[in-house]
Design a protein. Structure first.
Length: 293
C-alpha cells in the first residue's frame, strides 16, 4: 500500500500485488484481480488506505482478470449508487479523458502509458499515426502539441470515444482522421499515397480478429506490423513499440526492431521512458522508442 498521487493527475494506480491491482480513476476506484484471494486482499487494503487518507470514493468497481480474452467482461459495480451513469471524466496532466465502466473490459485509458503520452507531447510531432488507437489517447496527446493525426482501429465505437476525448479538450476535428479498418489494410494505402509520419504509435492488443476473420497475434505478427509502419515513417520518425504480452519484454522488442531495421536498411537509436512511479518493475506494458536517422 502506498500514499501516492502523481503530480497533475487524478487517474493513477494506487498499488499492485502479484495477482491484481487497485486504480483510482477520478472519484471512482477499480479493483482488478486474478483470484478471490487477491480480490479480498485488495479490497481490505483499499478500505484501510481510504480510511487513513480520508478518501471517499464515489463508486467501487471490480474486474476479474481471466486468462483467455473471450472470458473478459466489463467491470461490475460493487459499491456506490447504481443510478449514476457509467461514464465519467478523469484528468491526466491537464488532459481530459472519458472513461466508461460499461464500455467493455477496458474502461478507456491505460494509465501505464502516462509517461509515453507525455513524451509524445514533448516531441511535438507534425504528422502522427496511431495504430490500434482504441480511444485515441496518444492522438490526443499529439494533437494538443499541434500535430495532425491519423487514428486507426477496427472498432468504430472506440474511435467515436476518441472523438469524444477530442471534444472534451476543445480540439476541432480539422486535421484529424479516424479510420475504422484493419491496420494491415490501412498501412499499404498510406504508403501508396506517399504519406509520411514523424511519430508512429504501435501498441497492438495481444490478439484481435478483424471483421473479415483475419487474426492478429502479437508474438508472430508484431514484426510484420513494424515492417509495414517503416514504409510510412519519415527520416527522423519516432516509433513507439508497446505490448502487454508477457513473452515480449523490452529486450525482445529491441531485438525484433533491430532485425526489421536491418531488413529495411534503416538506422535508429533506442530509448525508454521511465515507468510511472506507482508501477513496480515487471508491471504494466513493455515499451521502447525508436528514433530513426
Amino acid at each position: 500500500m502506498r500514499d501516492f498521487e502523481a503530480e497533475g493527475t487524478d487517474a493513477y494506480r494506487l498499488w499492485t500485488i502479484a495477482d491484481g491491482w487497485v486504480e483510482r480513476l477520478g472519484r471512482d476506484v477499480l479493483v482488478s484481480f486474478k483470484n478471490q484471494a487477491a480480490r479480498e486482499g485488495l479490497t481490505t487494503e483499499y478500505f484501510l488506505w481510504a480510511e487513513a487518507m480520508g478518501f471517499n470514493a464515489q463508486r467501487m468497481f471490480e474486474r476479474f482478470l481471466p486468462k483467455r480474452n473471450q472470458e473478459r467482461q466489463a467491470p461490475k459495480l460493487i459499491l456506490g449508487d447504481s443510478n449514476i451513469g457509467s461514464r465519467s471524466v478523469v484528468m491526466e496532466r491537464g488532459l481530459r479523458f472519458e472513461i466508461d465502466f460499461s464500455g467493455g473490459y477496458s474502461v478507456g485509458l491505460f494509465i501505464d502509458q502516462r509517461e509515453n503520452r507525455s513524451f509524445v507531447r514533448k516531441s511535438a510531432p507534425k504528422q502522427m499515426l496511431n495504430c490500434f488507437a482504441y480511444t485515441c489517447s496518444f492522438s490526443l496527446a499529439a494533437a494538443v502539441a499541434g500535430a495532425n493525426t491519423v487514428s486507426v482501429d477496427l472498432s468504430q465505437k472506440s474511435l467515436e470515444r476518441g472523438r469524444a476525448n477530442f471534444a472534451l479538450n476543445d480540439l476541432p476535428a480539422t486535421g484529424h482522421h479516424f479510420i475504422a479498418d484493419d491496420v494491415f489494410e490501412v498501412l499499404p494505402r498510406l504508403s501508396r499515397q506517399d504519406q509520411k509520419f514523424d511519430l508512429i504509435v504501435l501498441d497492438p492488443p495481444t490478439f484481435s480478429r478483424s471483421h473479415r476473420g483475419k487474426t492478429f497475434q502479437v508474438e508472430s505478427d508484431f514484426e510484420g506490423l513494424l515492417m509495414a509502419a517503416l514504409e510510412v515513417a519519415d527520416r527522423d520518425c519516432r516509433i513507439l513499440l508497446s505490448t502487454n504480452c508477457t513473452a515480449l519484454n523490452q529486450r525482445a522488442l529491441e531485438v525484433m526492431a533491430r532485425f526489421c531495421l536491418k531488413a529495411s536498411r534503416r538506422a535508429s537509436s533506442f530509448h525508454s521512458e521511465p515507468r510511472p512511479v506507482e508501477f513496480p518493475p515487471d508491471s504494466g506494458a513493455s515499451t521502447i522508442w525508436l528514433t530513426l536517422r
